[in-house]
Design a protein around this ligand. Structure first.
Ligand code: WQD
Length: 340
């Protein structure tokens, strides 16, 4: 296969930067575009350090169609991976129009120009589309539930936009990857999660508490109908997740898709409770975490984890890293951020 070029929109972010590393190391040329609304250049510089070279980095607003057209005219893009979106669940409830406008218009601009150029599109979706279901583990055929937030709704809507565009426009092919809970950092500790302000997500709050940046971790609810009373999640290592994107892009570029629109769960298939994750973090890193139980958080689902069989069968991908390795990498990244 001749060398292919992949546009990674939102490529300076947590997931985008890890995907950029894996794509480049797999032999793809990568163009990173980002509006830097939710990150700075820390991860971009880390990506260049890992790869030992500079990659094209285009600051841009994907809501400006002209900018998207200019980008596609400047680079011979064969496929697009679209990460660029606002993703704070709570903020989306208080700022729905900001989320619908940004997340939908940016995706429609990218998709519209990509189809004109004959580019395949991979959409960064989320297990949040499944909502709360008691049919666990979830497969790709599990029904989507009404979203609990405008953020989650934009994921569902973008999946439908991709599905309908693939049906309508000849030559457009798309894959949606439904992530479960991405956590961890690159083993080099040169790139990782960089939440702005107080972290919403569990693992960055854990590492910031352990490093002393946060006073105490609140465990939201211990009265759920689960073995230890805390929620169950499918925590997927960020490098495993990134490798799934390489498999999906290769499937698209090599014309191996079986339908014009395909969906894959990207998870480990191994549910872990909040408490089990805390215990694993303390054990593998030899630290004692300051945490306490707190009331349930609105919008949380009790339990969700993936049936990852389809991705294994069709993408030849499976999560490989242990939760211990993942949490050790998350801690190494936090220590590096603190200059330790
Ligand atoms: C996990 C568990 C919390 C923080 C969200 C989005 C999803 C995706 C991943 C973007 C829950 C508990 C958390 C804390 C806690 N994001 N928790 N104390 O909510 O499963 O998924 O992030 O695509 O779309 O919905 O992840 O890490 O916020 O929470 O007890 O300080 O940890 O209650 O049970 P979540 P999370």
């Amino acid at each position: 296969m001749s060398k292919k070029t992949v546009l990674v929109s939102g490529g300076a972010g947590f997931i985008g930067s890890h995907v950029t590393v894996e794509l480049t190391q797999a032999g793809y040329d990568v163009v990173i575009a980002d509006n830097f609304s939710n990150c700075d250049e820390t991860n971009y510089r880390g990506v260049c350090a890992i790869l030992g070279k500079e990659l094209p980095l285009i600051p841009m607003d994907f809501c400006q169609r002209s900018s998207v057209e200019e980008l596609f005219s400047k680079y011979p893009i064969d496929a697009v991976i679209h990460f660029a979106a606002f993703k704070a669940v709570g903020e989306s409830v208080s700022e729905p129009l900001k989320y619908y406008r940004n997340n939908l218009v940016s995706f429609m601009n990218i998709l519209d120009v990509a189809r004109e150029k004959g580019c395949n599109v991979l959409f960064s979706s989320s297990a949040t589309v499944y909502g709360q279901t008691d049919q666990l583990p979830v497969t790709e055929q599990s029904p989507r539930q009404p979203a609990e937030s405008p953020y989650g709704n934009t994921k569902t809507m973008c999946e439908d936009i991709l599905r309908d565009s693939v049906k309508a426009y000849p030559g457009v092919r798309g894959i949606a990857l439904r992530y479960f809970n991405p956590i961890g950092a690159h083993p080099s500790a040169l790139i990782g999660e960089l939440p702005r302000g107080v972290p919403n997500n569990l693992v960055p709050f854990i590492t910031q508490t352990a490093i002393g940046k946060r006073e105490c971790l609140s465990v939201f609810g211990n009265d759920y109908p689960t073995p230890d009373g805390t929620c169950l999640r499918d925590f997927i290592d960020i490098v495993d997740l990134a490798k799934a994107h390489v498999c999906a892009v290769t499937r698209m570029c090599e014309g191996k898709m079986k339908q014009a629109y395909e969906i894959f769960n990207v998870g480990t298939g191994r549910p872990l409770s909040v408490l089990e994750l805390i215990t694993a973090f303390e054990k593998v890193n030899g630290v004692k975490l300051n945490w306490k139980y707190a009331p349930r958080r609105a919008g949380d689902v009790v339990a969700i984890w993936a049936d990852p069989t389809l991705a294994e069968q069709e993408l030849g991908w499976k999560a490989e890293r242990s939760i211990e390795d993942t949490l050790a990498a998350a801690w190494a990244w936090e220590k590096r951020l603190a200059g330790k």
